[in-house]
Design a protein. Structure first.
Length: 414
């Protein structure tokens, strides 16, 4: 199918550009304010996300909702119902999962409204900023800490105490430990503008998805920027999951277009089954490594009872920070997990080669991450970009893309 190229006449949508870039960079902006202007509290971080979501929803209301938005809207409404149910039966406030779905809803529909020029600019700016700060962190960690003071920021805004065994000023999770997998390039796990290592690892995964599904629409210099950023993150962040994911997607670029869409639906149960197989060989694995994380998630799944799957044990939800499947189930019931599974599996389009590359890599990224983590894939810092891309490709290479290609061909013929 003919691809619609980037037109120099396409206007930049500055609203989407601002939301897209700020969703990735707001954390480091707040960290700079926290040390250099005024100490911040958790409420300031929440307020930033709320303001970005309010602007996003205002943008969508101004544009209007259409038939193409029914699936995300139904997902959001079902999640609101489940959230009200869980809070009612537990007599406690809990909107974490609803907030996650609000981010998906807002960005996937904004993706439908954006154009190629704006989308590329959002990804390019975010990648360039991440790369610039990452290079600063690698060259001089003292200069990096002087800019953002990560440990102080997370202590003030997340209540995470500073590490007593280090005075570097880095977030304690980024310090790592001697036995952890590492390439040995730097003496800690890189964090860049995210100030903590997990979001940077997931940003790497998002850029891999972008490269796999969009590289044939990028210029050579842009490709080199994204590839170099991915490689530099992989060798300094020491992320095992994203290293595996990146290698799979490297081959997947050629294989994904030939894989049927139903495989996205089978991805989650397939990964869970593989998790049970790994657990059967290492049932007592508790180390902070790939096998240990998977085995821990399987143990938590086995430990769930019927009340837990029905959302009657909400107070336990936040204790499963490394078990995504369990985290979603405790906080949104088994039906919340099923809705997420169905939305990730079926909402992304799967007609063109690029759409198939996106759909398959997205499913692998989400469902593999849920075996070894929980909240990271829902963070606005990374989720916003990937769902913006999903919304854009679903429409751009769908009916709208076909119409644009036909009109371009007619113009050229005339």
């Amino acid at each position: 199918m003919a691809q619609r190229g980037t037109s120099a006449k396409e206007p930049i949508d500055y609203g989407i550009l601002a939301v897209g870039v700020l969703s990735v960079t707001y954390n480091c902006i707040l960290a700079f304010i926290n040390h250099n202007i005024t100490p911040l509290a958790p409420s300031h971080v929440v307020l930033c996300e709320i303001l970005l979501l309010i602007y996003s929803f205002g943008y969508l209301l101004k544009r209007g909702l259409f038939q193409e938005d029914l699936a995300p809207l139904a997902y959001l409404l079902a999640t609101i119902f489940l959230t009200v149910y869980v809070m009612a039966v537990n007599r406690a406030g809990y909107i974490d999962h609803l907030r996650n779905v609000l981010i998906i809803f807002a960005f996937v529909i904004m993706g439908r409204w954006t154009n190629e020029r704006t989308l590329k600019l959002v990804f390019t700016i975010c990648c360039a900023v991440v790369l610039a700060v990452l290079v600063c962190e690698i060259v001089s960690v003292q200069a990096y800490v002087a800019l953002f003071h990560p440990a102080e920021y997370f202590e003030n805004t997340r209540g995470v105490p500073r590490a007593t065994y280090s005075d570097l000023g880095l977030f304690r999770g980024a310090l790592g430990f001697p036995s952890r997998f590492s390439f040995g390039i730097i003496d800690h796990r890189s964090s860049s503008i995210f100030l903590e290592q997990v979001s940077l690892a997931n940003f790497c995964g998002v850029i891999v998805i972008y490269l796999v599904s969009f590289s044939n629409r990028l210029k050579l210099l842009d490709r080199l920027l994204f590839i170099f950023t991915v490689v530099l993150i992989l060798v300094t962040n020491d992320t095992r999951t994203m290293l595996i994911f990146s290698v799979v997607c490297l081959g997947g670029y050629f294989i994904y277009p030939w894989i049927p869409k139903i495989c996205d639906f089978l991805m989650m149960p397939g990964i869970v089954v593989m998790g049970f197989i790994i657990h059967s060989f290492r049932p007592d694995a508790h180390d902070d490594d790939f096998v240990g994380r998977i085995s821990g998630t399987v143990r938590n799944i086995i430990a769930m009872d019927i009340p837990a799957t029905l959302g009657l044990e909400l107070e336990k939800a936040t204790t499963f920070v490394d078990s995504g499947y369990v985290y979603i189930t405790y906080g949104a019931t088994i039906f919340g997990l099923i809705l997420f599974w169905l939305f990730v599996s079926f909402f992304p389009a799967g007609e063109t080669p690029n759409q198939k590359r996106l759909a398959h890599s997205l499913s692998l990224f989400m469902f593999l991450n849920l075996m070894i983590g929980s909240t990271a894939i829902f963070s606005m810092k990374t989720a916003g970009l990937v769902w913006l891309l999903v919304g854009f490709l679903k429409v751009d290479e769908g009916a709208r893309g076909k119409r644009a290609a036909t009109q371009t061909a007619a113009t050229v013929s005339a």
